[in-house]
Design a protein around this ligand. Structure first.
Ligand SMILES: O=C(CO)COP(=O)(O)O
Ligand SMILES: [Zn+2]
Length: 212
């Protein structure tokens, strides 16, 4: 099977799994994966529960739509991650409940939305930036990601939801799920005395596991 065909199948399977487990509803969210000759993206106004591998949109290295259905309106967001993070092989955007809740809370630290509560959010997600609200599909969303200069692999779009990159579809999917579960923990622990991992713990995890 070709690399592209394999990625198309993986993307359809990942999207269906995210949808079936409630990480996405309706037509919310979009997923992309980088190829040597372009980017595969889920079509706009498509439910992640029914992504047909043959209808997945393909853009060339110049961002031109070359095949498949019309791509997600968040093309700019995905392209900005690939342009600023050479290690990014895939990007997952969701409206998952708890990460979106975190994006709406006024006291969320914009430079570090998710403190090191557990080892896996450090290992899988890393620091998360809060990106100011722009309406879905606004090219400005890409500019806001480019302004980060690749410093963050994951962001929360204010009042909208998470966007998480990873070295491949599996890693980006795991990171998006880990972010959602950690956001749920954060909301559940609000107002309570909470112990965080120490800086030494965080450094040790990064040294041991690197970029998962
Ligand atoms: O989540 C979404 C926009 O932010 C979904 O839009 P698309 O259907 O265009 O991918
Ligand atoms: Zn969205």
């Amino acid at each position: 099977m070709s690399i592209e065909r394999d990625l198309r199948e993986q993307m359809s399977t990942l999207c269906a799994s995210l949808y079936q487990r409630g990480f996405s509803v309706g037509t919310a969210g979009n997923v992309s994966a980088r190829l040597p000759d372009g980017i595969l993206m889920t079509p706009t106004n498509a439910t992640l529960g029914g992504i047909d591998p043959d209808k997945i949109s393909k853009l060339d290295l110049n961002g031109e739509h070359v095949s498949g259905d019309r791509p997600t309106k968040e093309v700019f967001l995905h392209q900005a991650f690939y342009d600023t993070r050479p290690e990014a092989g895939a990007v997952v955007h969701l409206h998952s409940t708890w990460a979106t809740a975190l994006s709406c809370l006024e006291d969320t630290d914009p430079d570090d939305c998710v403190p090191p509560l557990t080892p896996y959010v450090v290992m899988r997600v890393g620091r998360v930036k809060l990106v100011p609200y722009v309406k879905p599909g606004d090219p400005k969303s890409g500019d806001l990601i480019r302004d980060l200069n690749g410093a963050y692999g994951a962001v929360l779009l204010a009042n909208h939801g998470p966007v998480v990159s990873g070295k491949d579809l599996f890693s980006a999917g795991c990171a998006a799920e880990e972010l959602e579960e950690t956001a749920k923990l954060l909301v559940a622990l609000r107002g309570q005395k909470t112990r965080l991992l120490s800086n030494a713990d965080v450094m040790d995890l990064k040294a041991t596991f690197g970029n998962m």
